[in-house]
Ligand binder design. Structure first.
Ligand SMILES: [Zn+2]
Length: 230
């Protein structure tokens, strides 16, 4: 059973859970969309902050299944275009503007979080799609929680150096040189900076929840599929 978001708006958004596998679900979704003359976008994730606008011009002459190199986020206002990404602790960021009918999805691991992919996602919606932040609803989806995301000192230092405001989201562990980081909280804070106040933060920690694939817990190559479609 998937966890669903934005259902009250009649759009399709959610994330798969164990035992579903992202590759199987994505193939099924792509087949269905091809039959409906729709599109499925598969970003080749690189922990970048690259967010691509998926416009009619971009889609013109493209096949139904589109892979985008070096991409961790997408925004579109075109109907029947499924934005997808795969997750096994990294956090999916969903955005929906019900007024402008614009959707966004991004993949935020610690690298994407510290480099500000949430900010790029928000800015792309505001700048290129003319969204009003007051209209945008966002979800910081299931991912590794503050409870379980332990990092070394160099990672914690990078957060403090790049994002001096994020101290509240970092806890020092009893074990020297180890820190816990709240990636979900930092991503939600980025949305707030852009005036997006309607943000739901998923309580699901993928490391602890056995309904989730977790790379850190199991070293698995299986992933959950996050998706959103108008
Ligand atoms: Zn946890």
């Amino acid at each position: 059973m998937d966890i669903k978001y934005f259902e009250q708006y009649g759009i399709t958004a959610g994330i798969t859970q164990v035992p579903d596998r992202s590759d199987v679900r994505r193939a099924a979704m792509a087949k269905e969309l091809e039959e409906q003359d729709g599109f499925l976008i598969r970003p080749c994730l690189t922990h970048s902050t690259n967010v691509y606008p998926i416009t009619w011009q971009f889609l013109d002459d493209k096949p139904s299944y589109i892979e985008i190199e070096d991409c961790d986020g997408m925004v579109t206002d075109v109907r029947n275009v499924a934005l997808t990404s795969t997750h096994g602790d990294c956090i999916p960021l969903y955005a929906y503007d019900p007024v402008k009918k614009v959707i966004g999805l991004a993949h935020a691991g610690w690298r994407g979080t510290v480099d500000g992919i949430a900010a790029v996602l928000a800015f792309t919606m505001l700048k290129l799609f003319d969204c009003d932040p007051a209209d945008i609803h966002t979800v910081v989806g299931p991912g590794i929680g503050r409870c379980c995301f332990e990092v070394s000192e160099d990672v914690a230092r990078e957060f403090i150096e790049k994002l001096p405001w994020c101290e509240d989201y970092i806890d020092e562990c009893v074990v020297p040189g180890k820190y816990m980081i709240d990636l979900k909280g930092i991503n939600a804070e980025f949305f707030r900076m852009f005036g997006i106040v309607n943000t739901e933060i998923s309580p699901v920690c993928t490391y602890e929840d056995e309904n989730c694939w977790s790379y850190r817990r199991d070293g698995t190559d299986k992933r959950m599929l996050a998706y959103i479609k108008l």
